[in-house]
Design a protein around this ligand. Structure first.
Ligand code: CO8
Length: 371
């Protein structure tokens, strides 16, 4: 079987930051206005008063301190509470393609690849800004690449599932060098009026270059030694927005991400641990051989729990790096950000794990070995 590597990675980080303090202040202003407006109904017991959000809760429950967003202003305005931006015209790149272009260029430079080398582009993310033409095909044109391109979505596992598709395309002979991009433009899907979820997501884009080991000239490449993917249906992380929306009665909750966070926590972790430990056994990689765990970044407590299950002890911070504090949950990009920022200091032959987990449920585990 052909040996395939990740030969480069790239990251686009938006320039605008929202701290917990800013987010909570705007949410609490919204709550005060709402409770004042509904004072009579609340006093009559017809509806409950809304409660304030708190920075202490957010940091303790999730590990999130801030998030990057493409459009900050509308989000923090208690009368708006959504990112405000115009639909771009047909001759302008949509945000997701623009983000992907930046991340792609960094990944290509790391991998010593030009657009002429890339013959497959996969755009994999939790949301697509439009169904067609595929965003990946517009990116292909922007880069000046040839071959073919397609979009795909497995929510938080979009990146790992796309890397697995890339490996299979290379092994099957339909591609030689694959660019995978994960533009997670998450903020439009966040309900900033929901105390339970207003703090969870940030915007970002990651990119990776996947190619056969024999064509790789990068000095920081990782062999994809094992891959294991698993899905199991659950309604506990869900978004119902779709192309039929305009035919249906308007439901103000539909466009938003929603989840049963506690249930996700309880149900998903055993699946994650099982997928990772089984693949480690298949690849004959023992816990003490693992130099790093680049895990999905949804919740600090979840990451520590998963790392403990894998290593059989508490992880050192550098063994299971977190980017949640500054990036928040960035859906499929999270584990790739951790990989991109913390892939130094691993010697040839040493092993590491890149693993996503989230909606679906879906789990994607890659066992990597430094070339
Ligand atoms: N401020 C203060 N208090 C709060 C707040 C707040 N903002 N929110 C909730 N509380 C209160 C609750 O009311 C509750 O109070 P009480 O005990 O009196 O009822 C208390 O705090 C505890 O609430 P929870 O039980 O909900 O709190 P948790 O400790 O479970 O933490 C989390 C909530 C952080 C959401 C946690 O459950 C979590 O992170 N779970 C894991 C979820 C997860 O991994 N999800 C993955 C989703 S990402 C994904 O798959 C991609 C989806 C597609 C991307 C879409 C892009 C937008």
């Amino acid at each position: 079987m052909k040996s395939v590597v990740i030969s480069g990675s790239g990251l686009f980080t938006p320039s605008q930051v929202i701290t917990n303090e800013e987010l909570v202040a705007s949410y609490n202003q919204y709550v005060d206005l709402y409770n004042a407006e509904q004072a009579d109904a609340i006093a009559a017991g017809e509806m409950p008063a809304l409660e304030h959000s708190s920075c202490e809760f957010i940091e303790k429950a999730s590990g999130i301190k801030a998030r990057y967003v493409l459009y900050k202003d509308g989000i923090l305005n208690p009368a708006v509470m959504r990112p405000v931006f115009d639909r771009r015209s047909e001759d302008q790149m949509p945000e997701m393609v623009e983000m992907a272009l930046h991340a792609a260029r960094e990944a290509m430079a790391q991998a010593n690849k030009t657009a002429g080398d890339i013959d497959l582009i996969i755009c994999a993310a939790s949301n697509m800004q439009r169904p067609y033409p595929a965003l990946s095909i517009e990116l292909q044109q922007q880069l000046g690449a040839t071959g073919y391109a397609f979009d795909m979505n497995v929510a938080c596992s979009s990146a790992t599932f796309a890397i697995s598709n890339a490996v299979n395309a290379i092994r099957g002979g339909t591609a030689k060098v694959v660019l995978v991009v994960n533009p997670e433009f998450a903020s439009p899907q966040v309900n900033y009026r929901s105390r339970d979820s207003h703090f969870i997501f940030g915007d970002v884009c990651t990119a990776t270059i996947i190619e056969a080991e024999d064509s790789c000239t990068s000095n920081n490449a990782f062999r994809i030694k094992g891959m294991s993917l698993k899905t199991e249906f659950s309604n506990n992380i869900r978004c119902d927005v779709g192309y039929t929306e305009h035919c249906l009665p308007v439901d103000p909750q539909v466009p938003f991400f929603k989840q049963q966070g506690r249930k996700v926590f309880k149900e998903l972790l055993p699946i994650v641990a099982d997928v990772i430990l089984t693949e480690m056994a298949v690849q004959q990689v023992a816990p003490e051989q693992l130099k790093r765990l680049w895990l999905h970044q949804a919740n600090i407590n979840m990451n520590i729990f998963a790392a403990k299950k894998i290593l059989g002890r508490d992880p050192l911070p550098e063994e299971a790096p977190l980017v949640l504090d500054t990036y928040a949950n960035t859906a499929s990009a999270g584990s790739v950000i951790a990989f991109h920022k913390y892939k130094q200091g691993i010697s040839s032959g040493e092993h590491a794990i890149l693993c996503s987990f989230g909606a679906g449920y879906s789990v994607g585990c890659l066992i990597l070995q430094k070339c």
